[in-house]
Design a protein around this ligand. Structure first.
Ligand SMILES: *Cc1c(COP(=O)(O)O)cnc(C)c1O
Length: 459
């Protein structure tokens, strides 16, 4: 026992001193890269770990410096980092939804670098409003009288309900009391907004007479929700927005229409099913229409409320609006994104979300054929298979688009998936019927993908 302790003591005395480690070439590099204080702290931590569990052979000063430098570099890697989204879901909520257009990136960068006329009227030098920058554009693109922008569509719905139905009834069809991923449940949002939920109709069928019977002196608004993430099929009936708007107006209340994703473009142009456009919802007579910024619209996270001037003015007087507003960076990105919609012919070229959506399967398959010979995974077989991409984020829920994937088969696919996730730019695919599928629909930079894959560890 005593003898053992003595050897241990002798061993530890052989450990290099902090100063000696720092003076070496690698120690100097660590100090230059991360600052003297952090380099010193990292070396101390490495030495402390060695003292706590001494290895058989103690490392020299350079080894200690190298371990410390590696730890510093590891700590520098962000967990919020770019990935290759090869899941086949174009708007993947967990992967940040829409990829922004270059124009939006440039606009956001510009807004970040300096002061901007955010709430400043450049014409008269007086105070302006942050919504002013987007009002005209949103009016032009949706046909609405006015518009306001908040943090996301959940916030838009919350704000609309709180403004018009706090302490009053919000009339909504049972078939539209939806839950959206990430714990957004319509009844709960209503409660938080202070609105009393007045459910009408049944799960599969709701008629005008159901709404008519529910509207009364306590009605704050009628809410129509686009059931964006599921579809009821069979014996169903819902009241069209146009009829609901007419009823609401006859009964002196208003109609709010939550479109969820909503879109500003006619998706049938891109070979997709029809998704209600914001302009259509406005034309159908809703007083307020709410929709998302980062779903099919292809912009940053945001919530839009467009509609009648008087209704938007009331929303803007709600103090809650202040808590939900967006910053200059996002406003700049939104403006640049919206501008692209002025030329629908070039949308699929300039807006990544639509570019990915509209990419023909044959083109994706051609990419797969280019990549196949470059993707070598020892121990695994790789083939090209047809597959289906989905839009995601609750937009066009049952709609899929034909795509192509690299299909990887072999033992321990979970381990391979983990190795792909551990790459400098993590590659995220999906496992389907005992194959790891890399759906190439959203792959933009093939060369970067190949270079990244070459770094796959053998572990
Ligand atoms: C997605 C969605 C929302 C929430 O929008 P976010 O922008 O994600 O906050 C609200 N309503 C419907 C119908 C939706 O599909």
């Amino acid at each position: 026992m005593r003898k053992h302790r003595q050897t241990r003591k002798a061993d530890l005395r052989a450990l290099p001193a902090v100063d000696a480690v720092l003076r070496g070439a690698t120690g100097q590099r660590a100090a230059a890269q991360f600052g003297r204080a952090r380099a010193t702290a990292a070396i101390r931590a490495t030495l402390a770990a060695l003292r706590a569990a001494p290895p058989r052979n103690l490392p020299n000063a350079e080894n200690v410096a190298a371990s410390s430098l590696a730890a510093l570099e590891q700590a520098e890697i962000s967990t919020l980092r770019p990935v290759f989204n090869l899941t086949g879901t174009i708007l993947h909520t967990n992967l940040g939804r829409a990829v922004l257009a270059e124009a939006a990136v440039a606009a956001a960068t510009g807004a970040m670098r300096g002061a901007v006329a955010l709430e400043y009227d450049l014409a008269d030098g007086g105070r302006g409003e942050r919504d002013d920058h987007l009002r005209a554009l949103l009016r032009e693109l949706t046909g609405a009288e006015d518009a306001t922008i908040v943090n996301n569509n959940a916030a838009a719905v919350l704000l609309v309900l709180n403004t018009f139905a706090a302490g009053r009834d919000a009339v909504v069809s049972r078939g539209e009391l939806i839950e959206i991923g990430g714990a957004f449940r319509m009844p709960e949002i209503m409660a938080r907004a202070g609105a009393r939920l007045r459910e009408v109709g049944t799960t599969n069928r709701t008629h005008v007479k159901d709404y008519a019977a529910a509207i009364g002196p306590n009605t704050g608004l009628v809410l129509k929700v686009h059931t964006s993430n599921y579809r009821v099929e069979g014996f169903t009936a819902e009241v069209p927005a146009r009829d609901l708007a007419a009823l609401a107006h006859k009964r002196k209340t208003l109609l709010a229409h939550d479109l969820g994703s909503g879109t500003l473009a006619d998706l049938t142009r891109f070979g997709l099913a029809h998704e209600p456009t914001v302009a259509e919802a406005v034309r159908d007579g809703a007083d307020l229409v709410t929709f998302s910024g980062d779903k099919l619209l292809g912009g940053p996270q945001a919530g839009f409320i467009v509609g009648k001037r008087a209704a938007i003015a009331r929303i803007n007087r709600n103090p809650m609006k202040r808590a939900l507003r967006v910053d200059k960076i996002r406003l700049a990105a939104i403006e640049a994104t919206l501008r692209l919609y002025r030329d629908p012919d070039r949308l699929a070229e300039l807006l990544p979300t639509l570019k990915f959506l509209a990419r023909p399967a044959a083109e994706i398959e051609a990419a797969a054929r280019r990549l196949l010979p470059l993707v070598a995974l020892p121990g695994y077989s790789v083939a090209i298979v047809p597959c289906k991409s989905q839009i995601g984020s609750g937009a066009l829920p049952v709609e899929t688009v034909a795509s192509a994937a690299l299909s990887i088969r072999g033992e321990a696919l979970d381990r391979l998936a983990a190795r792909l996730r551990a790459l400098p730019v993590p590659v995220i695919g999906r496992i389907e019927r005992r194959a790891l599928l890399l759906d190439l629909r959203c792959l933009d930079d093939e060369a970067a993908f190949v270079a990244n894959l070459a770094l796959l560890s053998s572990a």
